[in-house]
Design a protein around this ligand. Structure first.
Ligand code: NAD
Length: 251
């Protein structure tokens, strides 16, 4: 992976920032693109200073064009930009919130895949990892976010088949509840008490951002050269444990 250029959306916070750190430690050159304009990046990373909203088609295209022109061809893309979902029942979930969740979490992922993946396919090489969620693999009271993440998993497979013949791999990682600023804000507000979040996880704990990052770095690396179109949950055993509630819970 040494010196490979990897664009990381949402790279200024949480899971995206951990991915940037992991890539830099492994000798790659992550390019941090975010709607937040500034902030420190680790040694070896490039901070793209212009703010980019991944849901904005022209902004994404202009950014990718400028990165490739000024820095070089991208070997990797990680779509980590995202917003967590509102937990309201349908009659209280405002359509502008629902639309924004689709726009950032699904449309944003598609736009960055389209822009970077098409260029990779023309060159005949590249690897993409989309950050989905266990929320896209199960049901929950997040009626905008869950379907958006399920669609990201579907999109990952369809783009893997689209671009596989031209040497581009596309995979997803689905984190469980991960200790990032976004989730910690939900815990601090009382909306998502931590004991409830960890109760169903087989490992009885939250996931650390660097644990998600390790799976992403693996999928980008030559060690994963034969892997495309898959979705790896990194969830501390949430999917394994959650149905045990019907039998009285984990013991
Ligand atoms: P976070 O808020 O800590 O980081 C998200 C980053 O994305 C921030 O830097 C933010 O500025 C950026 N961003 C938000 N909207 C953007 C936009 N429109 N354009 C460009 N950048 C934008 O959140 P996180 O918890 O690290 O989440 C990262 C990803 O992981 C998201 O896709 C989220 O859905 C997913 N995820 C998180 C959890 C969790 O428990 N934290 C679980 C499953 C999946």
């Amino acid at each position: 992976m040494a010196t490979d250029l990897v664009l990381v959306t949402g790279g200024r916070s949480g899971i995206g920032a951990a991915i940037v750190a992991c890539l830099a430690e492994r000798g790659a050159t992550p390019v941090v693109v975010d709607i937040a304009e500034s902030g420190p990046v680790p040694d070896g990373a490039i901070s793209w200073t212009a703010a980019v909203d991944v849901s904005d088609e022209q902004a994404v295209e202009a950014c990718v064009d400028a990165v490739e022109r000024e820095v070089g061809p991208l070997a990797g893309l990680v779509n980590a930009a995202g917003i967590l979902g509102k937990m309201h029942p349908p009659e209280r979930l405002r359509m502008r919130d629902w639309d924004r969740e689709q726009a950032v979490d699904l449309r944003g992922t598609y736009l960055a895949c389209r822009s970077v993946g098409s260029r990779m396919a023309t060159r005949g090489a590249g690897a993409i990892v989309n950050i989905a969620s266990v929320a896209g693999m199960t049901s929950g009271p997040i009626h905008g976010y869950g379907p958006a993440k399920a669609a990201v998993i579907s999109l990952t497979q369809s783009l893997a088949a689209e671009w596989g013949p031209r040497g581009v791999r596309v995979n997803a990682v689905s984190p469980g509840f991960t200790a990032t600023p976004a989730l910690k804000a939900g815990i601090a507000s009382g909306a998502m008490p931590q004991d409830r979040l960890v109760r169903h996880a087989a490992l009885q704990r939250l996931v650390e951002p660097r644990e998600v990052a390790a799976a992403v770095c693996f999928l980008l690396s030559p060690d994963a050269a034969a892997i495309t179109g898959i979705n790896i949950p990194v969830d501390a055993g949430f999917l394994a444990g959650v149905t045990w509630d019907a039998y009285g819970g984990l013991r």
